[in-house]
Design a protein around this ligand. Structure first.
Ligand code: MN
Ligand code: MN
Length: 476
């Protein structure tokens, strides 16, 4: 396959559009450093474009723009199309959780007049990457009476930050002999949060006093808290040519943001097919839990929409009427739900590993994704003999090649690394369980899962164009 560098294809108007997209994107990364923050921001942006909560809709008709949030951590957006829902939807699903360190339920301890918060890492984290970095604390603390305190410390200029300390090289000779995976014990990934003693009490007492003064919380309230430790600071342009973006959580917020932007862009366009954008939680730990993709949330929301379809408008209900005179309304709606799901097409919008010449042997060059060479289609994921992966149909891949080419979207295909070098999965296999077409399609990332990840601005631009083209494609 011919490889092309996206930058060589651009004109002035593209450069301007790229910078506009990237400034919105950097903002999204800065505001949304946790799944909760991303969901809140996504809803805020969507509401500006006319999206309304499902509860505001008694009935659903073409042109309606609907969203539904679950437990503040996952959200689904629908742009209802002209075509009968029974013909399926164009679905793009990304995730908004990212690797990080979570604060334990009983986190406080003091040692040598230093106070620490004990952490438990979330997702695929290389522990040594998180040492001696400025870190911030984001999340919520919910008190017994239900009061929710939002915490965000370490992002504003005047805020203090936190750190996990490292051993000085002078004493590190023996330490350097250890294997990297043992180099830092994940149990010792503890956040330094204070060192000031008072005549009246310990360092920990003083920290607890601050917490009470500022948030009216006590030590035991951490039992009902969700606090996430993430790299402090903003996403930045990267490279002398400012061609890239360095930022935290670009897996998978680069795909989440472009999937949402592409949908919101269709403000005045009546989508032919119903378009759906899912921003899921828990992907990095296996998609389990009520807010992960394996939960029934997506199916439940779709059932709510089917229930609200104005019957007369929908040819499908009439045709169901003929086929199934004896079906109850409930049975008809259930059958319709299954038809919608099976006829839908999906892009599992997740990032891919960009080829890194510094780590050449872990990739197979012909089947690697390259920075700035466009959106990445990953026909199959998994590890070993594609184990646990989703393998998209050739027919579907062919259709997507056509859609991308007709819309002048630069794309490439890739596998996650060379055979037997590792592997991974996304939410693709979960939606595939409904019998729909699913393929992984996302952005190439350097240093994936590191505190600071790198993407190309050109890829972000192609991705938004690609997702837009997908939303607007016809059903079969
Ligand atoms: Mn991901
Ligand atoms: Mn990931």
């Amino acid at each position: 396959m011919d490889r092309k560098q996206a930058w060589t294809l651009y004109q002035e108007k593209d450069y301007a559009a790229i910078e506009e997209l990237c400034s919105g994107y950097r903002r999204f990364l800065n505001v949304g450093k946790t799944e909760r923050e991303c969901v809140e921001e996504a809803v805020r942006i969507a509401e500006q474009k006319g999206y309304r909560n499902l509860s505001e809709y008694q009935t659903v008709k073409p042109g309606d723009k609907i969203y539904e949030v679950h437990m503040n951590k996952t959200v689904i957006f629908f742009h209802i199309g002209e075509q009968s829902l029974e013909e399926g939807m164009n679905i793009i699903g990304a995730h908004v959780d990212s690797p990080r360190l979570d604060i334990k339920q009983v986190p406080f301890y003091e040692d040598s007049s230093q106070v620490y918060l004990d952490t438990h890492y979330y997702g695929g984290v290389k522990t040594y990457q998180w040492l001696s970095l400025p870190l911030s604390l984001h999340g919520v603390i919910v008190k017994k009476n239900g009061t929710k305190i939002t915490v965000r410390i370490g992002e504003a200029e005047e805020d203090p930050v936190f750190v996990i300390t490292d051993l000085l090289p002078h004493l590190g000779k023996e330490k350097l002999e250890e294997k990297v995976k043992e180099f830092i014990d994940a149990e010792k990934m503890d956040l330094l949060i204070g060192n000031r003693g008072e005549i009246t009490g310990t360092v920990k007492d003083y920290i607890l006093q601050i917490l009470y003064k500022r948030y009216q919380i006590r030590e035991e309230d951490f039992v009902s808290a969700e606090l996430e430790v993430v790299p402090a600071g903003k996403a930045r342009d990267c490279g002398l040519d400012s061609s890239m973006i360095l930022g935290y959580g670009q897996d998978d917020r680069s795909c989440a943001y472009t999937a949402l932007e592409a949908l919101l862009e269709m403000e005045d366009v009546t989508a032919l097919r119903t378009c759906c954008c899912i921003l899921a939680d828990k992907e990095e730990i296996g998609s389990r839990g009520a807010t992960g993709m394996t939960s029934r949330f997506f199916e439940n929301v779709l059932a709510e929409i089917v229930y609200r379809i104005e019957e007369k408008r929908e040819a499908c209900i009439e045709c169901l009427e003929k086929q199934s005179q004896n079906f109850s309304l409930y049975q008809k709606q259930d059958l319709m739900l299954r038809r919608i799901l099976q006829k839908s097409d999906m892009l599992s919008a997740d990032v891919s590993a960009a080829y890194d010449p510094l780590y050449e042997k872990y990739f197979e060059k012909k089947n690697a994704a390259y920075l700035s060479e466009g959106v990445v289609f990953c026909k199959y994921s998994g590890s070993g003999g594609k184990s646990g992966g989703n393998d998209a149909n050739a027919e579907y891949m062919a259709e997507l090649r056509r859609v991308m080419e007709e819309n002048h979207v630069l794309y490439q295909t890739a596998e996650l690394g060379a055979v037997d070098r590792g592997g991974g999965g996304t939410i693709a296999y979960i939606l595939a369980e409904y019998g729909m077409n699913v393929i992984d399609c996302g952005i190439a990332v350097l240093s994936m899962h590191a505190p600071w990840e790198v993407i190309s601005k050109a890829d972000l631009y192609e991705m938004k164009k690609g997702y837009r083209a997908f939303y607007q494609k016809y059903g079969k």
